[in-house]
Ligand binder design. Sequence first.
Ligand SMILES: [Fe+2]
Ligand SMILES: [Fe+2]
Length: 151
Amino acid sequence: MSSEQVVELLKKAYSDEIETVMNYQTNAIVLDGVRAEEIKESLQADVQEELGHSEMLGQRLKQLGARPPGSAEFEAQQDSLQPVEDSTDVLSVIEGVIDAEEGAIETYRSLITAAEEADDPVTEDLAVTLLADEEAHLTEFKGFRKEYRQD
Ligand SMILES: [Fe+2]
Ligand SMILES: [Fe+2]
């Protein structure tokens, strides 16, 4: 794999992180009810973390002589994270978060492989760090799903 593929994956990851920031924040605001409180707090904390991810990806793009995309290049992907009709439907937000985190995990795994093959250990190291964060988010929300499925 070439360094162009590394750049393309970094750009994709950057856009996905920005979309995640938007949808986690929106859902944290939209959700209602006592049962949603813990999910809202967790989403708000993740907004800051995902924003930090996007910044690290953007800085790496710059170091590679590229740039992060602006909104004109943006294509929305996260169908399952659109704000739900029923603002107390916590479970469907949890499912949407799980989809987003699984997608991010897949992208960072691809980036690790591409960076390794392009002999770019710095990007590889960044992708490993971000992968670890997304795996932690996924585990947390799978735990929430267990709990919320029971009622
Ligand atoms: Fe992230
Ligand atoms: Fe995440």
